[in-house]
Design a protein around this ligand. Sequence first.
Ligand code: FES
Ligand code: FES
Length: 188
Amino acid sequence: MVAHPLPVENGVSTRAWASSVNGKSRQIIIRDHDILLDVLRDGVGALGAKRGCDMGTCGCCSVLIDGKPKLSCMTLAVEAEGCEITTVEGLADGHHLHPIQTMFAECGGSQCGFCTPGFLVVCAALLESNPSPTREEARDAIEGNLCRCTGYQQIVDSIMEASEIISSEERLVSTTRPASNPDPEYGG
Ligand code: FES
Ligand code: FES
């Protein structure tokens, strides 16, 4: 979708901004220079995206833009115009937590929790692209996210355990899939 510039107001140019945030269509007026983190938190109410350093070093503000992890404090909102944006609020499927959320809780991947939303979206993106990462691949994926509490081992443990859940779910689906077409016309 193309952003529509609006008249300059008080010397600041504004525009209509429309994107999908956590599966819901959102349309608001933003200023051209607004960063995505502010638009998500103040404009959309997606408070899961956290402001840590505000300078691209901590990863607390990580969100997914079209499935790819991005630092929302370093992204202009206009750059995400028309994209699918996912914050931590969008990871669960209804009442069913994403496996990485479940495993963070079980493995101690979260302590004070301030860094956790950023880690969760980055880990979810990793597991989407690579459902069976090695510990080294898991560490590489989270290298842009800082945690002052956990020492990272529990976070890597959480990723590996979530990977097990995802793999077992995939095995279950593949073993319960019909082996042949049940339509009698085809002799199934
Ligand atoms: S708040 Fe964005 S990287 Fe720290
Ligand atoms: S759990 Fe406290 S900073 Fe990561």
